[in-house]
Design a protein around this ligand. Structure first.
Ligand code: IPD
Length: 267
């Protein structure tokens, strides 16, 4: 299969999987939803709905694309034989979902030979689904997404997020203490995937976070790039768990440079 039909097929599959999982999560959220398990700390939570949504997505992918690999936040992991790997966060923004806040998303990326080819972030309570195909732009419905023109750092609205371990948070608070007086303001939305899509839509000027996992940023970072953002980690490096930064050219270099000075990549 050449790239074009493959991209179209992967996009269709990702959109359908995200839509089905989004409906399950929006319509099936129990009123008394509780915590099913914890991960890196007692406040890093998993709900029964994270598990149910990941099962729905992986069963759908196994039926439609049985030869592909998988990496899911709730444990799905298989190598596959096709060169395509799906990177899945069934609920990005689980704490928002647990509390009934609207900012959570289903995030699904398809990578080909390790590079994101397709990304879908469905935010059902916002009523928006963001999508991108590498080299073909980013969209929400019919609307083509474009980043805002880069402002100076002191006029930039910057999104960020925090890890779940106290030591990491203490280091993140130190970075924020220095950065906050140097920017327009800071937002902490609670879903990295939505933050990256907000950069793509021009609802944020830039975003950074230390400690993301691939399922948090794989789809959103592609969407941000296809909307005109640069993404990366420390200077010269790709976005990673160490550090993820996204912003339009002009702001990106300034933000990334300042984060480097502040040591935002370390605890
Ligand atoms: C979390 C969200 C949050 C970010 C955390 C992530 P999860 O993902 O993206 O915004 O600050 O670092 O772990 O746990 O809700 O899938």
């Amino acid at each position: 299969m050449t790239d074009g039909p493959l991209k179209a097929e992967l996009l269709a599959v990702a959109l359908e999987a995200a839509e089905r999982a989004g409906e399950l999560l929006r319509d099936g959220r129990p009123a008394d939803l509780g915590v099913a398990a914890t991960k890196t700390s007692s406040i890093d939570v998993v709900t029964e709905m994270d598990i149910a949504a990941e099962k729905l997505i992986t069963a759908f992918l196994a039926e439609r694309r049985p030869e592909d690999g998988l990496l899911g936040e709730e444990g799905a992991s298989s190598a596959g034989t096709s060169g395509v790997r799906w990177v899945i966060d069934p609920i990005d923004g689980t704490v928002n979902y647990l509390y009934g806040q609207p900012s959570w998303a289903v995030s699904i990326a398809a990578e080909l030979d390790g590079e994101a080819l397709v990304g879908v972030v469905a935010a059902p309570v916002r009523g928006e689904t963001y999508r991108a195909v590498r080299g073909e732009g980013a969209f929400a419905g019919d609307r083509r997404l474009r980043v805002r023109p880069a402002p100076s750092l002191d006029h930039a609205l910057i999104g960020t997020g925090f890890g779940y371990r106290a030591e990491r948070r203490a280091a993140q608070a130190e970075v924020l203490r220095s950065l906050l007086p140097e920017v327009r303001d800071i937002r902490r939305g609670g879903s990295a995937a939505i933050d990256l899509c907000d950069v793509a839509c021009g609802r944020l000027d830039g975003y950074y976070e230390r400690g993301l996992n691939p399922w948090d940023f794989a789809a959103g970072a592609l969407i941000a790039r296809e909307a005109g953002a640069l993404t990366g980690g420390r200077p010269g490096e790709a976005a990673s768990t160490e550090l993820t930064v996204a912003a339009p050219p002009g702001l990106f270099e300034r933000l990334q440079g300042r984060l480097e000075e502040l040591g935002a990549w370390r605890d």
